[in-house]
Design a protein around this ligand. Structure first.
Ligand SMILES: [Fe+2]
Length: 342
């Protein structure tokens, strides 16, 4: 989950948390199946990371849709929620909706420590970060052991879903169209021409025109013109953590027949509007909850506290690429650290 930055760090490739387990892998053509769900409006929320206040806001957004909406949590809804009460309530809330398992849910559903956190971290993440993520998963798995039925449910969740919205087929994954923990849709990978070409191959093989992903912890959105028409990739980054420098809101993807007045940015694919919406969760309460489980000196505090309070070193403008344009909602300055500090 830790977002990579900077040059390659010569990682230890055999270290848990680096490798991508074979069981995580699938072919893009796996998505070339009949739609699992049809919706007029679809929300895709990846990377809640155990933030209950983000779930509150997401449910408010969904319930505010006049024609109803389908909500999919596309993995890693657990992470910081290592106390039993939070673990139970997060999973109770999520499992009432459609959900995919991310690497976090996959790894806490079994006892094999070989994959560590299952993040399959790329070179830009240092070994110390990987070790801290592995320490978090060990603690979370210990909590999960107290709720064996939930653990069983998490392990049984699918790795992908196919939706149809306004006649447009949407592939929903946690990582990318080849792996549960794939980094093919990271902002870095999609800045390379070969990464964009791989995305073209994925949408063709999957017979989808939109892919919604998460996992890499930094958002990116782009659209492509293909022989079959316009296609789009929306990686929402994190629903439960800040995604941009100086901000304190999460991000989710909304796909609907009508555009949202809350869209930060978006594009149109066929008759579907594909957009990113802010999740303005209660920052102060979330930080209190985080610190109760992860005080200074803990693994998660070392890796995430600065991001939770200041945002990552990543600009909103960097996420908006291709034919994606600014939405009806201006940049939410009211959710920046400059006005909410403290
Ligand atoms: Fe993940």
């Amino acid at each position: 989950m830790y977002a990579p930055s900077g040059p390659a760090l010569r990682p230890s490739l055999d270290r848990p948390g680096r490798a991508c387990p074979i069981s995580y892998r699938y072919a893009p053509s796996t998505l070339a199946r009949s739609a699992d769900v049809e919706a007029d409006t679809l929300y895709v929320a990846g990377g809640v990371y155990g933030n209950p206040y983000a779930i509150e806001r997401i449910l408010e957004l969904v319930h505010a849709e006049r024609n109803g909406a389908v909500l999919v949590f596309n993995g890693d809804f657990n992470w910081f929620n290592v106390d039993c009460g939070s673990f139970a309530s997060i999973n109770h809330a999520v499992l009432r909706h459609l959900a995919l398992r991310g690497n976090v849910e996959t790894e806490i559903a079994h006892d094999d420590p070989h994959a560590g956190c299952g993040c399959a971290y790329p070179d830009g993440v240092g070994d110390d970060e990987v070790d801290r993520s592995n320490a978090i998963i060990v603690r979370l798995r210990e909590t999960a052991r107290g709720l064996p039925l939930v653990r069983e449910q998490l392990g049984a969740l699918p790795m992908s879903l196919v939706a149809e919205v306004a006649g447009v087929r949407v592939g929903i994954v946690h990582g990318d169209a080849q792996s549960l923990a794939g980094w093919g849709y990271s902002e870095h990978a999609l800045a390379q021409p070969e990464g964009v070409e791989r995305l073209r191959d994925h949408v063709a093989a999957a017979r989808v025109r939109v892919i919604a992903s998460s996992h890499t912890c930094l958002p990116v959105a782009l659209s492509l013109d293909t022989p079959d028409g316009r296609c789009a990739l929306f990686n929402n980054g994190a629903a439960g953590m800040p995604n941009f420098r100086g901000t304190r809101y999460g991000l989710i993807t909304r796909i609907g027949s009508l555009s949202s007045p809350r869209a930060l940015y978006g594009t149109r694919v066929g008759n579907a509007h594909v957009e990113a919406l802010a999740v303005p969760y209660d920052h102060a309460r979330w930080i209190d909850a985080f610190l109760a489980s992860w005080p200074p000196g803990s693994a998660a505090h070392a890796s995430y506290f600065e991001r939770l309070t200041e945002g990552p070193c990543y600009e909103l403008s960097a996420a908006v690429r291709g034919h994606v344009s600014w939405g009806a909602c201006p940049t939410p300055k009211a959710m920046s650290t400059r006005t909410l500090r403290g």
